[in-house]
Design a protein around this ligand. Structure first.
Ligand code: NOJ
Length: 494
């Protein structure tokens, strides 16, 4: 719906949508995000350990669109001060970044027997540099770069990883918790469990759709919960921060009005499977998905459900382990039951074979050069409303939102994407009463976009990857975003 039309409609309905209202509530925070493997480089600097993404890109370059890797990436390992200067120019209130490489830079062996001095120094410099400029650090403990040492022990399919993760979290909280008040334990478990194990095409490069996906799903929830409880028990009193987990939610919309049931099942499968245990009142898996998984497992000849059950203690451990909901939103899908014999493709972000569901897009959702992102701004508002309806009223931080293009400084497409999504976020706040407190643009600068290498550009800043200095240049969207931050909202005509 056009913005002017909303304003007109609101006026007719007597709702006071005037230009002044196009601002965000006082204190609303705008930020930008990145992730260690995608920007840092310095893959073997000092005593850093190897991560699964180092191993994957070095041994399987054919799985990366341009055969590239994150060895140097944006070289933020050396250029972090330039990054901070650029954030300052944007006027960012906070910067979301991840610790490397969660583990491998800080704990080269994966275990806390030894902590890298250079790893500590790097993150201390970055955090102190941000605070000096009044930019709040929001830290993700794990953004997909698992130490290879832990992968060799089974990685996310080994139940012990929940304790290994909590041990690592303790190190990070004790080193940085005096200055970092916003924590995210794990980034996008859907994309780190479902997609790698369903396809074998992302690190760690293991194809195990029946087992890997669901073991990873279960252990991520336990790892998150242990890290959250640990913060409560050992750090919250002195540090007074907030902890959550960042979920990637695609908004699944009924293809026709008869498809509402399967659309809700899709939401539960792709979002509920990573949220219900934490945010719902009863905890555990969503019951609709437990049922589907039991039936599917039986049909495949298994005597137990492939979705591994939680004990009642585990349900209690995980339930309520959040201080806010962290939502990464990029796109939407239509969904309907698959027809008899219809082919289903899972990768990238496609159909849902477990539900025998076919997905698609609306003609007006324009494609981007990313294989999975179609521009569907209304989805973010619908998603926010669904979260409130499903899990109740809670604080929500939008921890990622953004769109790619093929490069160039004139990025009107990205400006349009941000504008239309921000409008929908405003509607969610003002019309639906959703308590959204933060908005995070993905991403500060072009970086290593996983299987798409450097071919997909998401940055507010363009990065010249052929220049050894990795020069960063602001795009038009950088000026646009800086204005939004300065005005705490959108201008009537922009
Ligand atoms: C979400 C992921 O967290 C991030 O790493 C990725 O680059 C963006 N989506 C864009 O695909």
């Amino acid at each position: 719906m056009a913005w002017s039309y909303i304003v007109l409609l609101s006026a007719l309905l007597g709702v006071s949508w005037c230009a002044e209202d196009w601002t965000f509530p006082p204190g609303f925070k705008f930020g930008a995000a990145s992730a260690s493997y995608q920007v840092e480089g310095g893959w073997n600097a000092s005593d850093k350990g190897e991560s699964i993404w180092d191993r994957f890109t070095h041994t399987r370059p054919q799985n990366i669109a341009d055969g590239s890797n994150g060895d140097v990436a944006c070289d933020s390992y050396n250029l972090w001060q330039t990054d901070i200067d650029n954030m300052k120019a944007l006027g960012l209130h906070f910067y979301r970044f991840s610790i490397s490489s969660f583990w491998p830079r800080l704990l080269p062996s994966g275990f806390p027997n030894y902590t890298s001095e250079d790893g500590k120094r790097y993150y201390n410099d970055l955090i102190d540099g941000l605070l000096k400029e009044g930019i709040e650090p929001m830290v993700t403990l794990y953004h997909w770069d698992l130490p290879q040492t832990l992968q060799d022990l089974g990685g996310w399919t080994n139940p012990l990883i929940a304790d290994w993760f909590a041990d690592y979290a303790r190190v990070a909280y004790s080193l940085f918790g005096d200055r970092v008040k916003l924590w995210l334990t794990i980034n996008e478990p859907l994309i780190m469990c479902d997609y790698p194990f369903n396809s074998g095409l992302l690190a760690p490069g293991i194809f195990s759709p029946d087992h890997g996906t669901y073991l990873c799903n279960r252990h991520v929830l336990l790892a998150h919960a242990k890290a959250y409880r640990l913060y409560d028990e050992e750090f919250r009193d002195q540090c007074n921060g907030e902890v959550s987990i960042a979920n990637h939610l695609l908004w699944y919309e009924a293809w026709t009005e008869d498809d509402e049931e399967i659309a809700e099942l899709a939401r539960q499968n792709m979002g509920g499977r990573y949220s219900h245990a934490i945010y719902s009142e009863e905890g555990g898996w969503p019951s609709s998905i437990e049922k589907v998984m039991e039936e599917n497992s039986k049909k495949k000849g298994y005597c137990k459900s492939l979705l591994p059950a939680f004990t009642s203690d585990e349900i209690e451990l995980i339930k309520g382990t959040y201080d806010y909901y962290a939502l990464n939103y990029y796109t939407s899908r239509l969904v309907r039951p698959a027809k008899e014999g219809e082919e289903l493709t899972v990768y990238p972000i496609g159909d849902i074979p477990d539900l025998k569901a076919k997905t698609g897009t609306r003609p007006e959702w324009t494609a981007t050069n990313s294989s999975f992102i179609y521009v569907a701004p209304e989805g973010i508002r619908k998603q926010l409303v669904w979260l409130k309806k499903t899990y109740g009223d809670m604080k929500v931080a939008i921890t990622e939102n953004g769109a790619p293009d093929l490069g160039g400084l004139n990025d009107q497409g990205r400006i349009d994407y941000y504008r239309e999504h921000l409008k929908q976020v405003l509607l969610a706040i003002k019309e639906d009463g959703i308590n959204v407190t933060h908005y995070t643009a993905w991403t500060l600068m072009d970086n290593f976009e996983w299987a798409e290498g450097y071919s997909s550009k998401f940055g507010l800043y363009e990065v010249n990857f052929t220049d050894p200095l990795r020069t960063r240049t602001p795009r038009d969207s950088a000026a646009y975003y800086a204005n939004i931050i300065k005005n705490n909202g959108l201008k009537a005509d922009s």
